[in-house]
Each structure stands twice: as structure tokens, then as C-alpha cells.
Design a protein. Structure first.
Length: 506
């Protein structure tokens, strides 16, 4: 299907010969949605976008709830040769002003409550469509005015298909430009690596404005003609119940810690499942072990980022090692390198660099930023620090920007966090560097306890002094109720650094 449109062809491949099969188990009205119906409505949506003035390469920005209409808008944009730009629903209208100014979308889809404010902002530069939580609104109305049967606009592998603003915690967000080829190759690589079949049914409880929920979860499903149980949000009870008729769950680490807190999640509840995938943030090795003890499944942890799609994965068949993100996916080259891009010996830390059909085309309108993050030989510098262990598996040690330099010595927060997380009374930890008059930066630890009564600072220090060189030991320990996390479960160390920045000020 859609032969000349590279991505639409890849995403319709799995169901092309079986269009009567189910794509979404229950849509907004509780009805099952077949592939035939989904593609027909996406074609109608593509025709509506073209009628609204969308030309190949134009952006469709979408800050919308998780509905079937939202997926039709995504597929419709691809069929019309447009560039889909999903936006986090948490952004304020003020923040959207930056994104719309930078991306200059031709169509903006939004919640009905925001329509007027966005229309005032974009003036006559863009058409603004509402999409409500039940999928109704301007986009659905526009779609319904057009028949199915839209001829997909030809798109080659190098043509843009989407861009996403990176969740960059400092500076201005950058739009990572992803091509038809980037998304198509990553979907087929993952489908093969994880042995995805048309008979699979995925519990989809991730947001669809992020690479994980849209380009991993939805694209793999479409590419293989599998089905989705499409949930608005994550609820451990609903997820546990859905397992009886599903085979795969993709989640961020908190999905798994919260399932473990849910008594109804048992081996019996999970007996129909074949695969649990975790990514977007580090999964604690302890969670991995507890999960296996509870239900017998070893979570498959994979690693990726907006700019690169998925880069590495623990094996489907073979040893899944807790605390590692596996080996490079087929067709993807990865190296751990020093500051000049020269690979470091196995077992040593360096920056993870990657090259392959998955790697993005650069940052929208930011050629200097793009150039600064690629090596001359084409490798993209991820900014993650990692090491390849003796089994050849990649271990992520942290973000380069989270590296602490104390008294001129490098301190890798993950090393200290791993020790702290194992201590009695410590549920999780975040180790950060804060300004210090003597050391430049001082190491401090922010801890969350299991109990209302937590161990004292002296207790904690006594347990780690033998394991850690003095310069790595936290100078202070703080207890908090919970660590600040963004929607993808990543700990926001920038917020913690801001909270404690004056600690050692004199
Ligand atoms: P994003 O572009 O928002 O998806 O964020 C990508 C970043 O998330 C990566 O550069 C890593 O720092 C982090 N990340 C993703 N998956 C993992 C993982 N399995 N373990 C550790 N960090 C991860």
C-alpha cells in the first residue's frame, strides 16, 4: 500500500493483506477499529489537510489528548507528505508560542479550550483545528467532508516525516528532524529484534507526543499489523486486567515499580504476556530482579533518544542483563569514545556515539548546533556516558552534562547512586554536583526512603565510605518525599541542582 510514500508504505505493510484485522481493540466509543477503517479515515484526514493548504514538507503541530483521531492526524500527515510535530500536552500557551514561531506549522491541532488563544497567536499563518478528548472537533469534522481513497503524496527515505522538540533541560529546545527512512527503519529493526507478529497485542499506556509512545509503540504495531489496547493513561489496575488479552507492554521504569506496588499483579495475571519492554530512563537493577521474582518475566531494557530512535536493546532470545541496555541493534553502529571521538578500550567510560539509518537529519534551523553534535565521520554524539562491559553490553553511566567535576576529578553520579540504592531504607537516589568554593563542584545526594523513618546521614556515610574514594563521597545528604520527574519518568536533575545551588555559597 502507498507504494511511493516511504513511511506510509512501511507502516501499512503488516496489515496490507489483512485489512479486516483489528488495529485498536477499543476506540473512544468502545468499538474495535479495523485497519481498513483506520487507513480510510487517515486518507480522509490527508485530503482534509491538503484542502487546508498543507503542502509537502509543511508542519502539522499537534498538542492533543490521546485519541484515535490523533493517530489519524499522524497517519494523515504522513500520507499528505507533511511533517508531524507532536507537542507535550503539559506545555503552556506561552511555551507554544516559541514552538509555533520556530516550526511555522501550517496546521495546529489543539484542545478546544486552547483554540482561541492559539488562533490569536498564529493569526492567518496557520489553520487551527480542535480535537477534544473524545476525538470530536474541527479535525474530525474536516475529515468527514472528504472521501477515502486519497493518493499518498510520494516521499523518499530522506524526506522529513516528523520532528520533535528534545526535552533538553537547558537552553532552547531544539527540533530534531526525523526522516521517513529514520522512522521506517527503526520500526522494522525493532519489530524483527523483538519478534513482533500480527498476532501481538500491545498495552499502550504511554503518551503519544514522545518518541517512545508514537515512534516505537505505534509504529511497530502498524508496521507488523498487530493491535493495541489504547489507554488514555497509566493505571496499574487497568494494565493488570488488560494483560489477559494482551501480549506486550512497553513502559517507562515507573510503570514497573508501580505494577510491583499493585497486589493484583501476579504471575497468573501476566501469564498471557510474552514481552515487557522498558526504556526512556534507567531501570533499577533491583526493579528488574523484583519483577522477575513476582511474575517470572525478565524485563527487556532498551536505549534510545529522540535524535536517534532506538539504538540498543537487550536480546529477545539470550541473556537480558539488569542494569544494562544491551547491544547495538542490527544495522546500527555504536562506539564509546573519548572527547575526540576516538573509541576507548572496552570497560572504560566515554561518550556514546552512534551512526546508522536511525540517526536524525539535524536540528531544525540550527545548522551550527547540528554540526557541533556530529563527528567528521558521521557519528552523532549522544551526550550519554557509557561503557561496554566484558559481555559487550552497553551500560549507561549518566548524561555528560550530569558529570560532576569535584576538585578536578570526574565523578559519575550513577556509580554512587547504584551504591546508595542498595542500602536499607533507601528507595532511590539522585546524586548531583552543586557549586562549591574550594572544589568547584561538591557531590551531594538526594534520597527517597521506603519508610517514614529514614536512616541518618552518618548511617548512610558509614555504609559507603569503604566503597568510595573520598572525592566521590557525598558532602551532604538530603531526604525528599519523591524525586522530580518529567512525564517520561526522567529525574530532572536540573531542578535538583537549582534547589541546592546555594548550599555551599559563602
Ligand atoms: P529522549 O530524547 O527524551 O527520549 O531522552 C533520551 C535520553 O533518555 C537518552 O539520551 C538517555 O539519557 C535516556 N535514556 C533512554 N533510555 C534509557 C535507558 N534504558 N537507560 C538509561 N537512560 C536512558
Amino acid at each position: 500500500m502507498y507504494n511511493h510514500n516511504h513511511l506510509a508504505n512501511a507502516l501499512s505493510h503488516g496489515a496490507a493483506n489483512n485489512l479486516a484485522s483489528i488495529f485498536i481493540q477499543a476506540g473512544e466509543q468502545g468499538d474495535a477499529i479495523s485497519y481498513a477503517s483506520f487507513f480510510a479515515r487517515s486518507e480522509q484526514m490527508a485530503a482534509a489537510l491538503v484542502a487546508a493548504g498543507l503542502e509537502p514538507g509543511d508542519r502539522v503541530a499537534a498538542q492533543i489528548d490521546k485519541t484515535v483521531t490523533a493517530l489519524e492526524l499522524y497517519m494523515g500527515t504522513i500520507l499528505a507528505g507533511g511533517v508531524f510535530l507532536p507537542l507535550n500536552t503539559a506545555y503552556t500557551v506561552k511555551e507554544l508560542e516559541y514552538f509555533c514561531g520556530d516550526a511555522e506549522p501550517k496546521v495546529v491541532a489543539c484542545d478546544p479550550d486552547r483554540k482561541q488563544a492559539i488562533q490569536d497567536m498564529v493569526g492567518n499563518h496557520a489553520v487551527v483545528w480542535s480535537i477534544a478528548g473524545d476525538g470530536s472537533g474541527d479535525a474530525a469534522d474536516a475529515r468527514d467532508q472528504h472521501p477515502a481513497g486519497f493518493t499518498a503524496v510520494p516521499r523518499a527515505a530522506d524526506d522529513l516525516a516528523a520532528f520533535l522538540y528534545t526535552s533538553g533541560t537547558t537552553g532552547q529546545p531544539k527540533g530534531a528532524m526525523l526522516s521517513n527512512g529514520n522512522l521506517a527503519s527503526n520500526a522494522s529493526t525493532l519489530a524483527e529484534a523483538w519478534q513482533y507478529k500480527a498476532t501481538d497485542c500491545l498495552i499502550h499506556a504511554l503518551p503519544i507526543f514522545h518518541i517512545h509512545g508514537l515512534f516505537v509503540a505505534v509504529n511497530i504495531t502498524l508496521a507488523t499489523g498487530a493491535s493495541l489496547i489504547y489507554m488514555k493513561k497509566y493505571q496499574p489496575q487497568a494494565i493488570t486486567q488488560a494483560m489477559a488479552s494482551a501480549s506486550v507492554l512497553m513502559g517507562v521504569p515507573t510503570f514497573y515499580t508501580r505494577l510491583l506496588d499493585h497486589a493484583e499483579f501476579t504471575a497468573e495475571a501476566a501469564q498471557n504476556m510474552r514481552l515487557f519492554v522498558s526504556g526512556s530512563a534507567p531501570l533499577l537493577a533491583e526493579t528488574h530482579r523484583q519483577f522477575e521474582a513476582r511474575c517470572g518475566h525478565r524485563i527487556l531494557e532498551r536505549y534510545g533518544m529522540t535524535e536517534t530512535g532506538m539504538m540498543s536493546s537487550n536480546p529477545y532470545d539470550g541473556e537480558r542483563i539488569a542494569g544494562t541496555v544491551g547491544t547495538p541493534l542490527p544495522g546500527i553502529n555504536m562506539r564509546v569514545a573519548d572527547n575526540d571521538g576516538k573509541p576507548v578500550p572496552q570497560g572504560e567510560r566515554g561518550v556514546v556515539e552512534v551512526k546508522g539509518p536511525n540517526v536524525f537529519q539535524g536540528y531544525w534551523k540550527k545548522p551550527e548546533k547540528t554540526a557541533a553534535e556530529f563527528r567528521a565521520d558521521g557519528y552523532f554524539i549522544t551526550g550519554d556516558i557509557g561503557l561496554i562491559d566484558d559481555k559487550g553490553y552497553l551500560n549507561i553511566v549518566g548524561r555528560a552534562k550530569d558529570l560532576i567535576i569535584s576538585g578536578g576529578l570526574n565523578v559519575y553520579p550513577k556509580e554512587i547512586e547504584s551504591l546508595l540504592d542498595k542500602l536499607e531504607g533507601v528507595k532511590e537516589s539522585a546524586v548531583i554536583g552543586v557549586p562549591h568554593p574550594d572544589f568547584g563542584e561538591a557531590v551531594i545526594a538526594v534520597l527517597v526512603s521506603h519508610h517514614s523513618h529514614h536512616p541518618s546521614e552518618a548511617d548512610i556515610m558509614a555504609q559507603i565510605t569503604d566503597d568510595l574514594a573520598k572525592f566521590k563521597q557525598p558532602k551532604k545528604i538530603f531526604w525528599v518525599e519523591e524525586l522530580p520527574r518529567n512525564t517520561m519518568a526522567k529525574v530532572q536533575k536540573n531542578l535538583l541542582r537549582a534547589d541546592y545551588q546555594d548550599l555551599f555559597a559563602n
